[in-house]
Design a protein around this ligand. Sequence first.
Ligand code: NAD
Length: 354
Amino acid sequence: MTAFWTESDFDDHEFVHVVHDRASGLAAIIAVHSTHLGSGAGGTRVWHYPDPKDGIRDALRLSRGMSYKNAMAGLPLGGGKAVILADKNRTKTPEMLTAFADAVESLGGRYVTAADVGITEADMVTMSKRTSHVSGLPVEGEGDAGGDPGPFTAMGIYHGIKAAVRHKLGKDSLEGVHVAVQGTGSVGGGVAKLLAKDGAKLTVADINGARAKELAQEIGGEAVDADAIMATPCDVFSPNALGAILNDEGIARLDCPIVAGGANNQLARPEHGKILSDRGILYAPDYVINAGGIISVALEYLARRDGVAADLNEVRKRIAQIPGRLEEIWQESDTSEETADVVADRMAAKLIGR
Ligand code: NAD
């Protein structure tokens, strides 16, 4: 038994497939955590890891995250993730993508891929020439699911914030509710615009200051320095930029009763869920509130594979179920000694038979 199987990121993964194609120079890892609910689905990341073991760890950690995310999104899909171990320049050739797609095809649908960091829609099209086990292809018809997942992720977070405000502040309306949005990209920008329509008061920030200012002007909000956003007194802090922002220092700076946003892996370490809760802050588990994008992308794939309904109405209907799941988590957390992140993990584990 080698070292990485004994480390904490290995959590009874069903299989880890190591791909090496000498002709194209492709080296990749495909990790499938669970196929209990269906094909192990999750994106492919192209990244340079000075130590390849870090790539294996990423694939293990991220595939487990996808099992939990897909299960809590109510999708008939398991969790998987692939990592292409790139060189320093993150070289990615059509030959490498073709060899990678052949490896995906050889798994017979036990792994379904999608785009992640370093993979474009055009790359997905290249892969789709060799395997049908791909999601995130260009939208075919008007009103069909799929395409850029960002706006769908934003839609789910908007619903989730409304649910958090109802649960924690007892308010049914967002009128005058102050939300501080960190990151004004695809997700954060979309969330801020939806909240503004409901009359929320918005403070936004981005390391790209011009981007934040432009958004603030468009929605009638205020832009502040990226360094200041976490300490902004507000009703809701919505992280939509980086992960691990909920660390000792970050949590100490918060001046709000709710954290609800789309960034992946917000808790720096598991104990930070408890630190948030001890400060009386309601937390919306990230992989539950940010599932809107995967719901859209997954339906696009399932429509092609199984012929399930996958128009925009179906996507919206499923995204509108996110608040109900959050409410269930918060209620269980309120009546037990467990924090929301622990309750969510337990619910997800149960759904995948663990
Ligand atoms: P994006 O690249 O479009 O936007 C991210 C924005 O955050 C950029 O404008 C960037 O300048 C800004 N930023 C980076 N560091 C910052 C900092 N320290 N302070 C303030 N702003 C900072 O990315 P996105 O698609 O909007 O994704 C945002 C987050 O949501 C990521 O954590 C991503 O993993 C997560 N997420 C995205 C989706 C999706 O559908 N796009 C789905 C699930 C989760």
